[in-house]
Design a protein around this ligand. Structure first.
Ligand code: IPD
Ligand code: CA
Ligand code: CA
Length: 272
């Protein structure tokens, strides 16, 4: 029996359709690597096409819902209806360089009850087209990989913990802040990884592969689905001050409860 609700099924269908195309385009990119013109243009077209596919599918299923999409921006739906938060290709640099680690992230955000803006993220999916892996979560229904329940890792010792991060890059992010945190956490833990797709970093935390994750300068479409996955897998998500918000974007620190408080202590100390 499938655990998927109607809503998750809609999201999965959209992600799989776009994911199939990304997978084919990724095969092309690997060939284009050797051409002189470079594949950047091709990748940005693949990105746009994936977003369009997701948009068409989701709009067809829920005609009155709005959108926040990385490429096309905000598209309003009917008042009082939820909206989709979409990153059609998370891990663009990996994709561009022929590294098979990228994902599609789709989340559902509810309007606030008082009508003032946007509130909680109540459903999310992170789809890895290369592994054909569907990570999904619904508020209070748990986090899942296909039909297997996910739990964050049970490790509580820093020296056993494998921690993921996202580092700043040319023209983006605060190197001083990141280096300080890296310098403080690095010596305490079993290892630090920078895999290049924030949505999958968070999915891996939900799965217990990574014991924790931190990054700043992220956007809603990077984190909306992934943070719900971590929470529903029993983990804790906060900003760098330790505050837990319904939707995180700019700063994310995610881990199981025990490691979260240890990591937060180190992180906060490094920024003082
Ligand atoms: C990026 C990836 C990366 C993170 C960046 C994001 P994109 O998203 O998630 O891991 O470090 O901050 O912008 O551009 O590949 O969709
Ligand atoms: Ca992204
Ligand atoms: Ca993207």
């Amino acid at each position: 029996m499938s655990m998927f609700s109607g809503l998750i099924r809609v999201m999965e269908r959209a992600a799989r359709k776009a994911g199939g195309r990304l997978r084919r385009d990724f095969g092309e990119v690997e060939h284009l690597q050797v051409s002189r013109k470079g594949p950047a243009d091709f990748v940005s077209k693949a990105d746009m096409r994936a977003e369009r596919t997701i948009y068409d599918e989701l709009l067809h299923a829920r005609p009155d819902w709005g959108f926040v999409m990385e490429e096309a921006g905000v598209i309003d739906g009917d008042e009082g209806k939820p909206r989709w938060i979409v990153d059609p290709l998370d891990g663009t640099s990996n994709f561009l360089h022929g590294i098979p680690h990228f994902a599609i992230s789709i989340a559902v955000q509810e309007p606030r009850l008082d009508g003032k803006g946007w509130g909680e993220v109540t459903a999310g999916i992170v789809y890895d087209p290369i592994q054909d892996a569907t990570y999904w979560a619904e508020k209070t229904r748990g986090a899942w990989l296909q039909d297997a329940r996910l739990r964050v890792s049970g490790r509580s010792r820093l020296d056993e913990a494998l921690i993921a991060t996202g580092a700043p890059y040319s023209g983006h992010g605060d190197f001083t802040e990141w280096s300080r945190i890296f310098g403080a956490i690095g010596p305490e833990v079993a290892g630090i990884r920078r895999f290049g797709a924030a949505s999958l970093d968070l999915a891996y935390v939900a799965q217990g592969r990574f014991d924790g994750f931190w990054e700043s300068g992220l956007s809603d479409w990077d984190t909306a689905a992934g943070c719900l996955l971590v929470r529903e897998a029993g983990g804790f998500v906060s900003d760098f001050r330790g505050r837990s918000n319904p939707i995180h974007s700019a700063q994310v620190l995610a881990a199981n409860d025990a490691l979260h408080s240890k990591l937060h202590k180190i992180l906060a100390g490094s920024l003082r």
